[in-house]
Every structure is written in C-alpha cells, then in structure tokens.
Design a protein around this ligand. Structure first.
Ligand code: SOE
Length: 400
C-alpha cells in the first residue's frame, strides 16, 4: 500500500468499558497498533472510556487519550461516535452492555470468558448475530505467533493424526502468603466461576483452535481457601468459586486430552503450557517463553541427535512477525492484544470474517459450554457429553 493509501485507512470510534487490567491491556494495544502495524487496517479513535470510578476514568482518559469518560456504560453505548464497544469489564458486565451495543448496531469485542454461563453467552451470540455486527472474544493467545505457527503446522498435516492435547494454566496469586483479598474474581455473582472462567476458558479455546471441537468432559474442581479478607477491610467474605480444576477431555476427532488450572501453584506466575502429540510428531508451547515453539518430528529422528528442537518464532515469515523487529528481537504478552485488535479492526474495516483466526461469540459460547460441563461434571461426578445444536444455537449438556 502506498503512503497515500495508508492515509486513507478509515477511523473507527472505540468505546472502552473498563480501566483495570484488561482495560489497560486493550487501550495500550489500541494506542500502539497504528505505530506497529503498517499499514494499519484502521486508526482506532479512542472516543470514550467508562467505569465506576470517576478519578480513575479521568486518569485513564488523560494517559491514553480518550476524549471523554462515562460512569454509566449506557452512555458509552449511546455515544454516536462509538462504532465499536471494547468490553474489558468484569464478567458480570459482559452480557448487558454487549447486547445493548449490538442492538444499537455497534460492533462488539469482549473479554474472556464471554459470559458467566453458557446460557448467558448464548444470549450474547443471538444478539450479535441478529444485529449483523462483527463480534469477537479476546482469546488473545490465538495471536501469539508461536501458537499460530503450531496451528499452521497441524493444519498442514505435519503432526499427522492428533492423539493427545494436554494443557495447563498455573498461577500462584491466591497462595496464602499473598493474603489476596476476595476480589470480584472470587465472587460467583460477578465472575461466574473461578479458575474455570479465568484459566480453563483460555486452554479450552486453544484446544478447540488447535485440535478441534470438544465432545466429552470429566472433571474435578476444588476451593482450597473458602474465606478471604474483603477488599475494603470490613471483615472476611466467602469464596464461592473454584480455585482449581482438573479435566479429562475427548475431542470430536478422537483425540483425548487433559486440562488443569489453578491459582495455587506456588512459583508459577502465568504458566500456560500445552503439548500436542500426533502420529508424525509433537509440539510444546509455554507462554512464559512465548517466542519459542518446541517441535519434534518423527521424520527427523532416529539418530544420536534426535529430540525436540526449539524454533525461535521471530522470523518475518512467521505469523505477525513482519510487523515487528529483526529476527531474535523478541516480542511479549502485550503484543498479543495488538495482534487480536488489529485483526478485529481489519474485519470491521474490510468486512472480513473474524473466524477462524480470531474467536467470535460462537467460539466464546462453545468455550462456555465446556466450562459449564467442567462445573457440572465436578458436581455430579459424572462424565458430561456435549451436544452442539448450532442450527437453533441451543446449548445442551447431557450426563453420559
Ligand atoms: C488472571 O488470572 C489473568 O489475568 C487472566 O484473567 C487472563 O485472562 C490471563 O491472560 C492471565 O491471567
């Protein structure tokens, strides 16, 4: 594209809901995107940010360049300059604002998990489909170049038939020695679930992205610390969500796998790991070393030097890397948000489909069905078989 064409890319007005962790991660990405991606698919115009705390909002507006602030998300959705709602609020604020935005004809990009339950996610899916707007879920790990490379290799048949997908997502911020208060992420009303919505949602999405649809789930969950200090210091509150889960899963294509997640794995900070074994080789990825992909190919083996090798996924031929630095000049966690939002803006500006590279509300809904099945299986101590009825978009889970 010539410089002139670059100057002609459209502007897309963004309304951001949330100024905490995810509000910042998304805002940083929107700010950085036009500097990094050349030509950018669109120039995000940071129209407004909304949240409850006026002072935090003003600070956010000043630091990131939002034009205005709203303490009520309804005003954000009603703002005529907002064409895209970027919903980075807590889980209990995903459904209503996203549905209202879709009904007002705005595109919607929503943080994961899409909703607290599959039923809620389904209502969101119906709303965006009915409105005919673009919809995306922030499953940002699809946009790690090494993860995209893993998917490309699998799709090219380099691993052959897939036998196993095993994934873990381990963190330690709920360890007793941190004395973490009962934040919204530990309250079922606001979060829906604990580690399941927060961590399982990510690895369920990766399993679906890399291997295929999940059909069966057999799980256990545990809340190890069920009372925590309240954030305002007024006493303690009940933790009514899971701290950890373990699930055995079965894919539609016959592969089997395991999912494990916890916020009580001492020393593990953001340790998201998957290993995939197929008839022709294996792949292994660790988010804490996100520029690398471990690959073992049977065809290369059977010598004294056989074994896994590490691919530095920093070459310009690797997914997304042409926008960044020379080989070996690594990228980080925040880049995944730049990639996912650049992709989403491209889909809006050029009317391209969000899937299969990006996650849509259908993916968010299907991940929510698996998360619900983890809860249901743990409660009933039975294996749950998932049945997807996409025609009517009706979720059903049936104990086997
Ligand atoms: C906290 O557990 C958290 O920030 C998740 O909410 C994110 O989705 C994940 O990317 C990192 O960990």
């Amino acid at each position: 594209m010539s410089d002139n064409a670059e100057l002609n890319v459209p502007e897309i007005g963004v309304g951001m809901l949330g100024y905490a962790f995810m509000g910042r991660a998304h805002s940083n990405a929107l700010r950085s995107l036009p500097f990094a991606i050349s030509p950018p698919p669109a120039i995000p115009r940071l129209v407004a940010v909304s949240g409850r705390d006026e002072v935090a909002l003003k600070s956010m507006a000043r630091r990131y360049g939002y034009e205005r602030t709203y303490t009520d998300w309804r005003d954000l959705v009603a703002d005529e300059d907002v064409q895209l709602l970027d919903n980075g609020g807590p889980n209990n604020l995903h459904a209503a604002p996203s549905i209202a935005a879709a009904e007002a004809g705005k595109h919607v990009f929503c943080e994961k998990p899409l909703a607290r339950t599959a039923g809620e996610a389904h209502a969101m899916l119906e709303a965006v489909e009915k409105a005919g707007v673009k919809h995306g879920v922030a499953f940002n790990y699809r946009f790690v170049p090494a993860v995209r490379l893993a998917r490309d290799l699998i799709r090219q048949g380099r691993l052959g038939r897939i036998y196993h997908f095993r994934a873990m997502y381990l963190q330690d911020w709920l360890m007793p020695h941190y004395n973490t208060p009962r934040l919204w992420r530990m309250d079922r009303e606001q979060a829906g679930t604990g580690a399941i919505g927060d961590l399982a949602a990510h690895i369920v999405d990766l399993g679906r992205f890399l291997v295929g649809e999940i059909r069966g789930v057999s799980a256990m969950t545990r809340t190890f610390i069920d009372e925590r200090p309240l954030p305002d210091g007024s006493g303690t509150g009940k933790v009514d969500v899971d701290d950890a889960f373990v699930a055995a899963i079965e894919f539609e294509n016959g592969a089997i796998g395991s999912l494990e997640g916890t916020r009580l794995a001492a020393g593990r900070k953001n340790y998201e790991l998957f290993e995939i074994n197929g008839e022709k080789g294996s792949l292994r990825f660790n988010l804490e070393r996100l520029n690398e992909l471990q690959l073992y190919l049977v065809e290369e083996g059977q010598s004294e030097t056989e074994g896994f090798r590490t691919i530095m996924v920093t070459e310009s031929i690797h997914p997304w890397l042409k926008h960044w630095w020379p080989p070996g000049h690594i990228i980080g966690w925040e880049h995944t948000f730049i990639h996912e939002l650049a992709h989403f803006l491209d889909c809006i500006a050029n009317n391209r489909p969000v899937a299969p590279d990006g996650a849509t509300f259908l993916d968010g809904y299907r991940a929510a069905l698996v998360c619900d099945a983890i809860v249901e299986s743990a409660q009933s101590r039975r294996q749950i078989e998932l049945a997807y009825e996409d025609a009517g978009l009706q979720p059903t889970t049936q104990p086997r």
